[in-house]
Design a protein around this ligand. Structure first.
Ligand SMILES: Nc1nc2c(c(=O)[nH]1)N=C([C@H](O)[C@H](O)COP(=O)(O)OP(=O)(O)OP(=O)(O)O)CN2
Ligand SMILES: [Zn+2]
Length: 143
């Protein structure tokens, strides 16, 4: 199980041989500047993106009315993104180079530490999109 607290109230309403997944996406706007690139690379210049963050929560069981977890539980991530990432210079927000890959890992770890999930549910992946055509994902199998 991931997270500091369990939202595991209510009866288990389904357990199958397969796995259930839910997805929720969030958006924020931010600037960044990437180091470690060849001289003249466009991403070494200050620029911005309209980021999309997609979270995947997985579980072998459903609880309550038939939820992996209530989508509303994931709004904690929206508040975190609004408060800490939106309209910020990402180089000042994270301790790593703010590539999509690194942002996916940072946000995965945040979700695993902060989202309250029912027993058996876990953060499986976080995907960060800089554009509709380019994205990165950090994924971890059932811990
Ligand atoms: N593996 C990664 N490659 C790149 C990343 C990254 O996070 N991971 N990031 C960048 C830059 O942030 C850049 O702004 C985005 O790159 P790119 O998609 O190539 O740029 P455009 O949106 O302008 O797309 P075009 O196809 O060139 O129009 C670079 N690489
Ligand atoms: Zn960029």
């Amino acid at each position: 199980m991931s997270g500091p607290a369990s939202a595991g109230s209510g009866p288990v309403t389904a357990i199958g041989p397969g796995i259930y997944r839910i997805y929720k996406s969030f958006m924020f706007e931010a600037a960044h500047q990437l180091g470690g690139l060849p001289e003249g690379h466009k991403c070494g210049r200050l620029h911005g993106h309209g980021y999309t963050v997609e979270v995947t929560i997985a579980s072998r069981r459903l609880t309550g009315p038939g939820f992996v977890v209530d989508f509303a539980e994931l709004d904690l991530l929206k508040r975190h993104l609004d408060g800490e990432f939106d309209h910020r210079f990402l180089n000042d927000v994270v301790d790593v180079e703010p590539t999509s890959e690194n942002l996916a890992r940072v946000l995965f770890d945040w979700c695993a530490a902060h989202l309250a999930l029912p027993d058996g549910a876990f953060v499986e992946a976080v995907r960060v999109r800089e554009t509709a055509a380019s994205w990165a994902e950090y994924r971890q199998d059932n811990p």
